[in-house]
Design a protein around this ligand. Structure first.
Ligand code: GDP
Ligand code: MG
Length: 611
């Protein structure tokens, strides 16, 4: 296709503002999908994505559209993931495009991820088309939200589009705007191939299928392909595009978006952000801006049933073929036996990996509380990075302990300013700035300060927002506040390791690193919680919290009385065994630590303790 007839764009939005639904409408309006086969959120193909209503993997689809001049255009729509855990993928998707549809919910207005995404799109010099969505809603305030968007990003009133992705209002006008406003790709049609990998998946027959944007040259369907950064080579098996049904082509030309089946054996070999070229006529350098993915959150994953270690390893191996962001190394816990220390992009990523392992690979998992990676400077001069509290060296040897910090932005209605500040400050947040987004009272619309919203910027330690921060923020703002963050670097802190002892034995999987100021309160809360969660045993069980060997808190689980025991332990043996088996399979998984049975919930209690 002549590059002047190509438009490459993505849709950016805060989560739930209607990106996937809008993609559906575009698919429908261009006749890409048979109406009888149309499913909601068509591009969210993974089961898990459908259930959770989120987009995990960016997907690209090519649409044929007849423009106003009667000629056909090739529209390449790239659906980006909307969650901060996947912001690197968002960034790569943007690199593949010349334009972006900025979707803003007409009832909700600008949210934290709207801002973050717009700044990203501006950094990539994309032409942004502002789209106010959900104008069919009764609570929609398209004019107010439109003014807000114009003021925040400098759009003029006649640039604004108003649609309902649900009912289809305004979709034709949107298609017209895409063709008229988004620049067509430029880039030499001949010369060595430079194709940006913006996503990839693993196919057991075709190897790594790389989703690419061809910047220069053209990609044939056959020949030896090379990954520029690593030099890895492989014979191409196929070229094609998703329409959204996979369609094979002879070649992908400059400006086009499509896929190359590379035959490579794992997505780690052709990482997102890297460049593909042909070995016969290689491009000398990669397209700019490739960074390897760096996991930010770590947790131990253990088979609930110790026998299942090999099963878990095999499942992780398979999953990693498809998820280059997932890392794992074997780990042994005194309490939990053999398992793996896994690295994730963030908490949602961790959740998804856990669920996929259980659902797609049938392994029962026990996960320890997530941790960040700490940097430890030692008195003897060395510096190490640890991703598990259990690996922290003897405190006597530690000169300085540093942790990752974030730049956090929050948008909230002004009514929740106090509650928001209180929350962030309780998490060691350092205030940077507060700014009013729009004064409705002042511009004469007369609906008053109820609509006034503020943007906060804070620095905050990653460990403090890891667990329940987002839920807390939502709860304290009746669901109205939104947040976004990016990692800014490491800072030293007054951090200590809190150990938990059950019946006198330290349970390594329950150790956490935290700020000294919070350690007494958290230690106390943790032992209290564990007391509730660990069932009574035949003997008395002390539960203690300790810092550097010094006990700071203690609770005791009293022993069971004899008559209760008689009832519990009598009865039909086979029935009891059946019950036990069922219990092991179900939610109440138990792990024997020393002489005490500890349920799975106890290991997660570290997450849930009131801070
Ligand atoms: P995404 O997270 O940005 O991909 O958002 P989705 O497309 O998954 O939409 C989130 C929710 O908003 C879904 O329940 C959609 O049905 C709903 N939605 C999307 N667009 C519209 C619209 O134009 N009008 C109404 N009433 N609901 C919409
Ligand atoms: Mg979506």
């Amino acid at each position: 296709m002549n590059a002047s007839r190509i438009r490459n764009f993505c849709i950016i939005a805060h989560i739930d503002h209607g990106k996937s639904t809008l993609a559906d409408r575009l698919l429908q309006a261009t006749g890409a999908v048979d109406p009888r086969l149309m499913l909601e959120q068509h591009l969210d193909s993974m089961d898990l994505e459908r259930e959770r209503g989120i987009t995990i993997k960016a997907q690209a689809v090519r649409l044929g559209h007849t423009a106003a001049d009667g000629q056909t255009c090739q529209l390449n729509l790239i659906d980006t993931p909307g969650h901060v855990d996947f912001s690197y993928e968002v960034s790569r998707s943007l690199t593949a495009c010349e334009g972006a549809l900025l979707v803003v919910d007409a009832a909700q207005g600008i949210q934290a991820q709207t801002l973050a995404n717009v700044y990203l799109a501006m950094e990539h010099d994309l032409k942004i088309i502002p789209v106010i969505n959900k104008i069919d809603l009764e609570l929609a305030e398209p004019e107010r939200v439109s003014t807000e968007v114009q003021q925040a990003f400098g759009f003029s009133p006649d640039e604004m589009l108003y649609v309902s992705a649900k009912s289809g209002i305004g979709i034709d006008g949107l298609l017209e705007a895409i063709v008229d406003r988004i620049p067509s790709p430029t880039g030499a049609a001949d010369g060595p191939l430079k194709a940006l990998i913006f996503d990839s998946m693993y196919d057991p027959y075709k190897g790594v299928v790389a989703y690419v944007r061809v910047f220069e040259g053209s990609a044939p369907a056959r020949g030896k392909v090379r990954v520029v950064s690593s030099g890895a080579e492989s014979e191409l098996l196929e070229a094609g595009f998703f329409g959204p049904t996979p369609t094979v082509v002879q070649q992908l030309e400059a400006g086009e978006v499509g896929y190359l089946a590379t035959g490579l054996k794992s997505v780690g070999e052709a990482p997102v952000g890297d460049t593909l070229t042909m070995a016969s006529d290689p491009a000398p350098e990669a397209l700019k801006g490739y960074e390897p993915l760096k996991p930010m959150v770590f947790a131990g994953l253990y088979p609930a049933d110790g026998e299942d270690y090999l099963g878990l390893r095999e499942a992780l191996e398979k999953l990693q073929l498809n998820d280059a962001a997932l890392s794992y190394v074997p780990e042994t816990s005194m309490a939990l036996g053999n398992g793996f220390r896994c690295g994730f992009l963030g908490l949602l990523h961790m959740d998804i990996v856990q669920e996929r392992l259980e659902r797609e690979y049938g392994v029962d998992l026990l996960a320890t509380s997530p941790s960040v990676a700490y940097r430890v400077s030692l008195y003897d001069g060395g510096e190490i990075e640890i991703d598990s509290p259990a690996l922290l060296p003897d405190p006597q040897r530690i000169a300085e302990l540093s942790e990752p910090w974030l730049e956090l932005s929050i948008i909230t209605p002004s009514a929740y300013i106090g509650a928001t500040m209180e929350l962030v400050q309780s998490r060691r947040g350092e205030f940077k700035k507060m700014e009013y987004l729009q004064h409705d009272g002042a511009n004469g619309t007369g609906d008053g300060p109820a609509h006034t919203r503020v943007l906060f910027e804070y620095d905050v330690p990653l460990s403090e927002v890891l667990l329940d921060f987002h839920d807390q923020l939502k709860a304290r703002s009746q669901g109205y506040a939104s947040m976004d963050y990016s990692v800014s670097g490491y800072r030293p802190g007054n951090l200590v390791k809190l150990d938990i002892l059950v019946a006198g034995e330290p349970v390594d999987a329950l150790s956490v690193i935290l700020h000294r100021e919070n350690s007494y309160r958290r230690g106390k809360a943790l032992v209290e919680q564990l007391k509730e969660l660990i069932p009574r045993q035949l003997f008395e069980v002390p539960i203690q919290a300790a810092i550097g060997g010094r006990i700071i808190s203690r609770e005791t689980i009293r022993a069971l009385r004899k008559d209760v025991l008689a009832k519990l332990y009598g009865g039909d043996v086979t029935r009891k065994q059946k019950l036990l088996k069922k219990q092991a399979k179900g939610k109440k998984r138990m792990k024997r630590v020393g002489s005490v049975e500890i349920p799975q919930e106890a290991f997660l209690s570290v997450l849930k303790v009131e801070r």
